[in-house]
Design a protein. Structure first.
Length: 714
């Protein structure tokens, strides 16, 4: 390529070769106006040179104002042929010309000015342009470009032998953090802190300390807390309400993840008051987002959802796409399987999925890798909670791949935990146990009490499913440290797992006591959907204790709550429990209906599983949990075929279709009129009808019409 380019360049006139060199310094694409400004020639002269380059096949015309080298290697060959001293001089000329062209709009060419000033060795200009171009790139959600510009600025400061402002290291650290480069981000934040302390700049030191806490939050919970407490102490001494509010929010979020929901809410609410007093809408939006998280981790999804929705509205108004992605992902996460242990507001399950999908798109669009990993994990849990297993697995695996690539331990572990929960749902305890062992080990290393309990609860359920009841009991005993079942979300999940284990251990009384507390401690409020998981445990415990009527009522309530949430994985398990209860009571028809509904739902869920082996294994294991079907008599088969109506009720339906009154039906069948009335009432209830006309139409469709009655009609 070099030889070919040199051969073609050798045939150009000397002035055109100078223009070619300038164009190569300008970049792969170059503007006609810029070349004219640098060359200082008239338009017709420059046009002749450009035409000569076009004929030589070195450049192409993209528009009336812009040209480009035919290939990136063409430009590189021309550029490499220049001596280093030549390149620097030409970059200086290009930077000067850009400065003149950008005078009416100073920010129009910042990125190019940053590049050319640095390449020209114009260090003072490079320091200024690098900072400004980096800030502009951050505002445009381009963290990789921002990091490059800030690096040029910092290199220029080194060349000038001056100490850079702490803010320059901080800005690059934040850009690198967005890109998932933990070690590089840490080095920048530590450099910013050292510079601030050396300069006696207490506010810059506070900011760097706060940034280090945020950076460590996903890796070492205890270390993050140390930085946050130090930052709060610095903030209280600054007498700046906005800084104090930010520190309160950071430490509040740390408390939320530590399992101290009340302390977290107190810090966030103090911050909310400060931001309202300042009229700081971005601060309000972020505080509402954190209040949502604190409420959810405290087990109050109703309050948490309300805070998240307020945050989403504000982030949209502010066009804060990073904040919006975070809040939308958190809203989607409210549909995760853990939420079945507590109450939820009446939200359309499909809306939760759409919010998760929007969060993923936003994070991807702004190049926020850690945010995309988080959003994919939340979306995966939401989809899993609704039984959309294929999409859930794809999202969880995608989040894990991103988190591992950027070295984000927290979101990688979140993805492993999510995959473990999905495997548990798919009745694959060995795979679930493998994933959850990893997740629990990492959680123990991070020191986050919330994640330690959440992973322990899931791992205990996997051990129980694998038949290792002793290991499950040991795990849960270590987590249930005297806190009541309703203390926080992670406590509720651990107690729920303990109630399940109690049923397996043959202790339904303990399971019932736990379930009753879990049911009683759900957040109150209007338009709230009940917690189906503890209701299911309550029904199973009551059934085991020989209280079938109460058990049926609890399972019916669980059924209704699961349907309202679209929680199909939980629903088929509730239907299985109902089938078992009716089977034990010898209520064959009700048991058969519950069993048939469970089988249909299991088949529906199996169809969402992409892997054939996993699909067949799930279907086989799920069906094995159903009680055996009793042989169906001809009478029972007929009853099921006609909506559960008995033979006598079918007779009555036929007479209703014939236009008879209840009195006439009684005379026809030689029964009391009250009995006929009860039969009609049962028919309406079983078929879900509201009128006799509907019964008549149904009877006609079923071919039940009787011959004309012998009794004269009134």
């Amino acid at each position: 390529m070099r030889e070919a380019v040199r051969g073609r360049a050798a045939q150009l006139s000397a002035p055109t070769r100078r223009t070619l060199a300038l164009a190569a310094v300008a970049g792969r694409r170059f503007d006609f106006a810029l070349l004219r400004e640098v060359e200082g020639c008239d338009e017709s002269t420059l046009l002749r040179r450009i035409k000569e380059l076009l004929v030589a096949g070195l450049v192409v015309e993209e528009s009336a104002e812009r040209f480009a080298f035919r290939h990136a290697l063409t430009r590189q060959a021309v550029y490499d042929a220049l001596l280093a001293r030549e390149r620097r001089a030409l970059h200086r000329r290009v930077a000067a010309a850009l400065g003149r062209l950008a005078a009416p709009a100073p920010d129009a060419h910042l990125a190019d000015l940053s590049y050319h000033a640095h390449a020209a060795g114009a260090w003072a200009e490079s320091l200024e342009y690098g900072r400004r171009a980096g800030e502009q790139a951050l505002s445009l959600h381009a963290p990789r470009a921002a990091a490059e510009h800030f690096t040029r600025g910092l290199d220029a400061a080194r060349q000038l032998a001056v100490l850079p402002e702490p803010a320059l290291h901080r800005a690059r650290g934040l850009a690198r953090e967005t890109l998932g480069d933990f070690d590089a981000a840490r080095a920048d934040h530590e450099a910013a802190l050292a510079l601030a302390r050396a300069a006696g700049d207490r506010r810059a030191a506070w900011r760097a300390t706060l940034d280090l806490g945020a950076l460590w939050a996903g890796r070492d919970h205890a270390r993050a807390g140390e930085y946050y407490r130090e930052a709060l102490g610095l903030a209280r001494g600054l007498d700046e309400a906005g800084d104090l509010a930010q520190s309160l929010n950071r430490l509040g979020n740390w408390y939320a993840n530590a399992g101290h929901a009340a302390e977290a809410m107190r810090h966030h609410e103090e911050a909310l008051v400060l931001f309202r007093g300042l009229g700081d809408r971005p601060g309000l939006a972020h505080t509402l987002d954190l209040l949502g998280m604190a409420a959810v981790l405290g087990g109050d999804f109703v309050r948490g959802t309300a805070h998240y929705e307020e945050a989403v509205a504000l982030f949209r108004e502010l066009d804060d796409r990073r904040g919006l992605a975070s809040s939308l992902a958190a809203l989607a996460d409210c549909g995760n399987p853990l939420s079945a242990c507590t109450a939820l507001p009446e939200v359309d399950p499909a809306v939760l999925v759409r919010q998760g999908e929007e969060a993923v798109r936003l994070a991807r669009a702004i190049g926020w890798w850690s945010g995309e990993a988080f959003a994919l994990g939340c979306l995966a849990l939401c989809l899993a909670g609704q039984g959309n297993y294929g999409h859930a697995l794809a999202a969880a695996r995608g989040g894990l791949a991103i988190a591992e690539e950027i070295g984000h331990l927290q979101w990688a572990n979140h993805a492993r935990w999510t995959l473990g929960i999905i495997a548990l749902d798919l009745l694959a305890p060995a795979e679930a146990q493998q994933r959850l062992e990893q997740a629990h080990a990492v959680a123990l290393g991070s020191g986050s009490p919330h994640w330690i309990r959440a992973t322990a609860a899931a791992l205990a359920r996997a051990c129980r499913a694998a038949g290792d009841l002793a290991r499950a009991a040991d795990l849960l005993a270590a987590m249930l440290d005297g806190e009541p079942p309703g203390a926080t979300l992670s406590h509720r999940v651990c107690w729920f797992a303990r109630a399940e284990l109690a049923l397996d251990e043959g202790d339904p009384a303990l399971a019932l006591r736990i379930a009753d507390v879990l049911v009683a401690t759900v957040p109150p409020g209007a338009s709230v959907r009940a917690a189906p998981a503890p209701l299911k445990i309550r029904g199973q415990a009551l059934a085991a204790l020989g209280r079938p009527d109460e058990a049926a009522a609890a399972l019916d309530a669980a059924d209704a709550a699961a349907r309202a949430r679209g929680a199909r994985p939980l629903l088929w398990r509730i239907l299985t429990a109902q089938a078992a209860l009716h089977h034990a009571r010898r209520s064959d028809d009700e048991g058969a209906r519950a069993g048939e509904a469970a089988r249909a739902l299991i088949a529906e869920l199996a169809d969402t599983i992409p892997t054939g082996t996993l699909r067949s294994r799930f279907r086989e294991a799920a069906l094995a949990l159903l009680p055996p079907e009793r042989p169906t008599s001809p009478r029972q088969a007929a009853k099921r075929a006609f909506g559960g109506l008995t033979a006598r009720e079918r007779q009555v339906a036929a007479l209703v279709a014939g236009g008879l009154t209840n009195r006439q039906i009684a005379d026809e069948l030689s029964i009391a009129e009250d009995t006929a009335t009860v039969h009609v009432k049962h028919i309406l209830g079983k078929l879900g009808f509201a009128s006799r006309a509907q019964i008549a139409a149904w009877a006609a469709r079923q071919g039940l019409l009787e011959p004309a009655p012998t009794t004269p009609r009134a």
